[in-house]
Ligand binder design. Structure first.
Ligand code: SF4
Ligand code: ZN
Length: 333
């Protein structure tokens, strides 16, 4: 198992260490490991035990991340490892995120070789949370950029700001999976208050990087009222911008919430209708709804991208304009 000394930790007395990569800031005794499972203290030195260690790899449609406004219709080589710094009650990938499994070694150079195949535009660090894979993501992302390709992070955003700032120049697009709107929600749903997430989203925008948000709507955790979604839409518009796409996702029973029923489809309709007043681009996921998976011009209503599942038809002009009103589209392509 390749191990590498981790970045972002401070030694403490008695061979303990404090990891400061994410806001959990785990104090780890000699022989122990952090909450994320994959940063381990051996003799007072913190190691990452997943450098280059890949559990899952696939060529995915970029829409699967989901990123709808970033090279629409393209394919991206997607990789993940073990571990996570949250423990969300409905984790779809808990088998890799909350335990160690079999892995295959992909040094950064090998990952870049795969990233060039099958028309892939680069690498998406996804499946588990890439924050806890920091050292490998950083090294690989540098090589990906040198090769003229792009880097994408699909993340919970639970990272300390200094570490984020090291990644920002390397990552072209982020999908931040927002769990809730406040610390209480995070604590109840994800086991940790995650105080940085909103600030992380703001930093991503300030750095001029592409950002999309995902919000899973979960019965018993989210309020099914217009005021609730209004508050969310307003916050995103005021702090991040009206042009940040939001993906509302339908909950299905999983992991620790096996007896919670799926989100009623009418609630997704409500979230969509209410938030549309504040934001240009709202989508619904985990439901078949081509109308609400497609993109319309926020000025004239013209269809700009038609989506039906992963079938994507780009209808804006090749120079990035709405074919009806001529407004520049909010897409990276
Ligand atoms: S990255 Fe892992 S070890 Fe470090 S503070 Fe976060 S959960 Fe703890
Ligand atoms: Zn238009």
């Amino acid at each position: 198992m390749p191990t590498l000394e981790a970045e972002y930790y401070v030694p403490l007395e008695g061979n303990k260490v404090k990891c400061v990569l994410c806001p959990r800031e785990c104090t780890i005794p000699d022989g122990g490991q952090g909450f994320c499972l994959v940063r381990k203290n051996r003799g007072g030195i913190l190691y990452t035990v997943v450098y280059g260690e890949v559990t899952s790899a696939a060529y995915d449609p970029i829409e699967k991340k989901p990123l709808y406004h970033f090279y629409p219709g393209s394919v991206i080589f997607s990789i993940g490892t073990n571990g996570c710094n949250l423990d969300c009650k409905s984790c779809q990938n808990w088998e890799i995120s909350r335990q160690e499994t079999q892995r295959q070694f992909f040094p950064p150079e090998a990952a870049v070789t795969y990233a060039r195949r099958y028309g892939s535009i680069g690498i998406a660090y996804t499946y588990n949370d890439p924050i806890i894979w920091f050292e490998y993501v950083k090294d690989t992302a540098k090589k990906v950029k040198e090769a003229g390709l792009v880097n994408v992070m699909v993340t919970n955003g639970n990272i300390n700001i200094n570490a984020l700032r090291e990644l920002l120049p390397l990552i072209d697009a982020f999908n931040v999976d927002l769990k809730g709107m406040d610390s209480d929600y995070y604590l109840k749903f994800s086991s940790f208050p995650s105080p940085n997430v909103w600030k992380v989203c703001e930093e991503i925008r300030k750095a001029g990087k592409h950002l999309e948000l995902t919000k899973l709507i979960v019965p018993d955790f989210d309020e099914f009222t217009p005021e609730y979604f209004e508050r969310f839409g307003r916050w995103v518009a005021e702090n991040l911008g009206k042009d940040v796409p939001v993906h509302y996702s339908r909950f299905f029973p999983a992991y620790k919430l096996l007896s919670t029923p799926p989100t009623p489809v009418e609630v997704l309709d409500l979230a969509y209708d209410v938030t549309k007043e504040y934001l240009y681009y709202i989508y619904v996921g985990n439901v078949v709804d081509p109308k609400r998976e497609s993109t319309y011009c926020p000025f004239c209503g013209e269809l700009l991208v038609r989506r039906e599942g992963y079938d994507v038809r780009v209808l804006f002009t090749s120079d990035g304009k709405c074919p009806n009103c001529g407004r520049a589209v909010d897409f990276v392509f």
